[in-house]
Design a protein around this ligand. Structure first.
Ligand code: NAD
Length: 361
């Protein structure tokens, strides 16, 4: 089996962390009997410098013709003064739109070696391993009517519309059920069905997909969003996969991410179309770019997500995750997760340790 991967390193620390992640991908492929062909493209600021725009047609074509896209990060002070339509971050929106990526997956796994990094008590967060599936292209962020209008009495009125259709809910539910099937087979659908009609429909459709599309092996529960916000802090270990609307997902995924306490560790996937896009949650970190200080683990864990969700190589994904855990247990830390008595390593060295551990597992 050979997979074609579009590699878009971007700006700042993007090329540094992506280099280590690609090297991990190539190593794990050799261990699990498949191969990868990678092709690089410029996006973001790097593309602006070379071609005058953040996303070119040829990169878009490359992405569409690949099995998956691995993205680094985009942006930096050099391009901050540009007009909004030609800013580096526009490439991200362009790729999402063109690839039809309506589902955002953010796994939140606390490596026990990093439990002290969380603001919550160790006994609460230790063992946390959940996945937030957020609807990405619908709901109140896009619903019409929207806007601010002036009323006859001189005051103003602001409107946004929470709107979901049956097909939009069905397709995100299917992504979430499929993800749950590859994990611990539990799905929590989060809504506000007691107040919002749009999410009453959400609950109804998710239940119907569960019944009628062959997902009886998954345990489905429904939870109101206010309760969910509380439960995430009270007992995060009760969750396996959470699926929710665009706005609730926006808020809950940041809340859940903070259980781990560290942005340099968090991967994400955007799915929906034929091709999935995978990127670390962090940005281009211009303050440490080019200094071999960046933590490559978020991007390396992003490769594990790609293997699981786009390439159907879950054993290879597990090998990467176990190697990351082993390296952390051995006390190696990049500067962002450094602790007393840990051994400080750079980006390259961290990538090399992960590859070495993979060979020992
Ligand atoms: P950032 O995530 O780049 O950095 C925030 C802080 O975290 C910095 O101190 C940085 O050094 C540190 N950090 C981030 N990732 C790290 C890593 N892997 N290892 C070690 N330390 C790490 O956020 P920011 O500073 O707000 O944004 C910088 C640029 O990145 C901006 O131009 C922003 O628009 C862009 N950005 C891009 C994306 C993306 O491409 N998806 C996401 C967020 C921000």
């Amino acid at each position: 089996m050979n997979y074609k991967i579009a590699v878009l390193p971007g700006d700042g620390i993007g090329p540094e962390v992506v280099r280590e992640a690609v090297s991990v991908l190539e190593t794990v492929a050799g261990m699990h009997g498949f191969s990868v062909t990678t092709e690089e493209g410029l996006v973001g600021g790097a593309s602006i410098d070379a071609y005058g725009k953040p996303l070119t047609d040829s990169v878009l074509r490359l992405a569409k013709e690949s099995n998956a896209v691995l993205l680094g990060a985009m942006g930096g002070p050099k391009w901050d003064g540009l007009d909004y339509p030609v800013r580096p971050e526009r490439a991200l929106l362009g790729l999402r739109q063109e690839l039809g990526l309506f589902a955002n997956l953010r796994p939140v796994k606390l490596f026990s070696a990093l439990a002290a990094a969380s603001t919550l008590k160790r006994e609460v967060v230790e063992g946390t391993d959940l996945l937030v599936v957020r609807e990405l292209t619908g709901g109140i962020y896009f619903g019409q009517p929207k806007g601010v209008s002036r009323l006859p009495d001189g005051t103003e009125r602001g409107v946004n519309t929470e709107v979901y259709t049956t097909p939009e809910i069905e397709r995100i539910a299917v992504v979430a059920f499929e993800a749950a099937r590859k994990r611990r087979k539990k799905l929590t659908s989060v809504d506000k069905a007691n107040v919002l009609e749009a999410t009453e429909l959400w609950r109804k459709v998710v239940s119907r997909v569960h019944r009628e599309k062959g997902y009886e092996d998954i345990h489905l529960e429904h939870m109101l969003v206010d309760n969910c916000a509380m439960q995430l802090i009270r007992d995060p270990k009760q969750f396996d996969v959470l699926v929710t609307t665009n706005m609730f997902g926006d808020i809950l995924s940041d809340e859940a991410a903070m259980l781990t306490g560290s942005i340099g560790m968090l991967p994400s996937a955007s799915l929906g179309g034929k091709v999935g896009m995978y990127e670390p949650v962090h940005g281009s970190a211009p303050d440490i770019a080019g200094e071999d200080k960046a933590n490559p683990l978020a991007t390396i864990l992003t490769v594990a997500l790609m293997l699981r969700h786009s390439l159907d190589q879950s054993q290879a994904a597990e090998r990467i995750e176990n190697a990351v855990e082993a390296v952390l247990n051995a006390g190696y830390r990049t500067i962002d997760i450094q602790e007393k008595d840990s051994r400080l390593v750079g980006c390259r060295e961290m990538g090399r340790f992960v590859r070495e551990r993979m060979a020992q597992l």
